[in-house]
Design a protein around this ligand. Sequence first.
Ligand SMILES: [Zn+2]
Length: 238
Amino acid sequence: MSAIEYALPPGATTGHLWQLRVAGEIRVQTVDWVAPLPEGLVADYSTPDGDVYVSQVLVPLGCDRCPSTTNHIAQGRWGDELTLICIRCGAAWNPRWSGGDVEASRTLLKQIIVESGFTPGTGVGDTVEEIRDELQADLWTPSRADQQLANDLVLGVHGDPGPEAIAQCMKSTLDWQLRSLRFSEALARTVGMLRAPGGEADPEAQNLLDFVMDLARTIAAMAPDRLRHEPEAGPGTH
Ligand SMILES: [Zn+2]
């Protein structure tokens, strides 16, 4: 593995909890054990008995719980292992590849932070508040699946949801084409904040939870004719 050293972006602190939604797939280099070696591949190494070969391949980091490989939220503080949150089903996990190398995971999180170009406090990037504002400005329209999810949240968790309860509600409306990227993202960010170390006692995470539950109540109360009935247009909806 290369030993690239990434530097903390100017203006950021090591205590900041980063949450960055990665468009598309996150692909990592890992070893693929193949036997026999496919034609055209060059083995880096072969075992002494010659039955198994190792080659370097790029694989997407797929969700721990559902088949999704795209639009994960990358989370962690500078120097942490990478945590991923699936915006489809709400799963949060520490991906393992490259033989479970923790240092590779820390380096990948730093790389994602640096390459995002995002500096906390600059107002750049997605936040749950922005998602609420976009709803109020009619920049996105919740779907019937969003409303079903919002109802599950409002009725099912009695205003005091933990991250697993939110994720369970997300799993109940897994039809991705009918769920909105924005609402799913808001929920996944909340799950991530609550699942971070100390998150459930963190006032910022609790504020976010209050905010997203307000958003859910707003969506749950919308008249059916204001809801989207078609699959969401645009990237990241498949
Ligand atoms: Zn998932």
